[in-house]
Design a protein around this ligand. Structure first.
Ligand SMILES: C[S@@+](CC[C@H](N)C(=O)[O-])C[C@H]1O[C@@H](n2cnc3c(N)ncnc32)[C@H](O)[C@@H]1O
Length: 277
């Protein structure tokens, strides 16, 4: 089984491991029709099993998501996103694969618990999975400020937040994220934990504003999603999409910035954790 998200039209692999598993599946099928040595066939099968078994196993032994999060993920997978865009309900083409999901959500929850964060900023909310996951780990007086540019998906998320006792900890700023970040900085706000997950081409700008304008609290952490972007940053540059190129540049900017230390975790599509030194 390759890593795809729940169900819905056109669910597709969106992580390096998911894509690798899909490729291995094709190779195993081709090998079955070819006259190859038994040893090669066995080695291929084992590589396929190791790759495709990893995500289901991690899911199986990690704490299950809450009912509210499971409901939100299901509702997101059932939404006809292409139609919403062609009907001009959404300002851009959104897709179910944007949702971070169980393991990343559980990881973000753990980060909130581990850091004792009280003020969380999310840049790129979509239907609210990661925002709600982090809210679940916050104390009663904790707060998530979520930046989202799309009105339709904001209303979708707000309806889901009502299904959770933690939804009231989330407030949404509906505007281009850079505008919201400048507004929050001007208001003197700062955050213990920031999750960047919006426009890949703006990642460098988000990162710089967070550090330059004091939005990141002195002992705060930034988590950045999709920093492996389907393997593109480490593939030959001619194979990269514009988003892949943007992420490759972002990763280099962070690596070259002496103000921070960071680690890129191979979780899902890549999650980089950054702190100020
Ligand atoms: C990958 S999704 C976020 C997924 C979400 N964090 C989750 O875990 O389910 C990216 C979201 O960022 C929003 N977005 C993209 N560009 C933006 C911008 N410039 N300002 C604010 N939101 C933006 C998109 O509308 C989309 O909903």
């Amino acid at each position: 089984m390759t890593e795809t998200l729940v169900k819905g039209d056109m669910a597709r692999p969106v992580t390096p491991l998911g894509i690798l598993s899909e490729q291995l599946e094709k190779i195993v099928k081709m090998a079955a029709d070819a006259n190859i040595p038994v040893e090669l066939s066995e080695a291929l099968k084992q590589a396929y099993q190791i790759a495709t078994g990893l995500d289901p196993y991690i899911e199986e032994v990690s704490t299950q998501e809450s009912k509210a999060l499971a409901g939100l993920a299901k509702k997101t997978s059932e939404e006809p996103w292409s139609k919403r865009f062609s009907d001009s309900d959404t300002v851009r083409q959104l897709e179910q694969e944007m949702l971070s999901g169980h393991i990343e959500g559980q990881t973000l929850k753990m980060f909130v618990y581990m850091t004792g964060a009280k003020r969380v900023l999310e840049i790129g909310m979509f239907t609210g999975y990661s925002a709600l996951a982090m809210a679940e780990a916050l104390p009663e007086d904790g707060r998530v400020v979520a930046c989202e540019v799309d009105e339709y998906v904001t209303n979708f998320a707000k309806a889901c937040f009502k299904e959770s006792p933690h939804g009231s900890k989330i407030s949404v700023e509906v505007a281009p994220a850079l505008e919201t970040l400048r507004k929050l900085a001007d208001a003197g706000e700062s955050f213990d934990l920031v999750f960047i997950d919006a426009d890949k081409k703006e990642y460098v700008d988000y990162f710089k504003i967070l550090l330059d304008k004091g939005l990141l609290a002195p002992k705060g952490f930034i988590c950045v999603d999709n920093t492996l972007l389907q393997g593109q940053p480490y593939l030959p540059p001619e194979q990269r999409t514009p988003n892949g190129e943007a992420i490759a540049q972002f990763n280099k900017v962070v690596a070259d910035d002496p103000r921070v230390e960071q680690v890129l975790l191979p979780l899902r599509d890549g999650l980089t954790i950054i702190r100020r030194v």
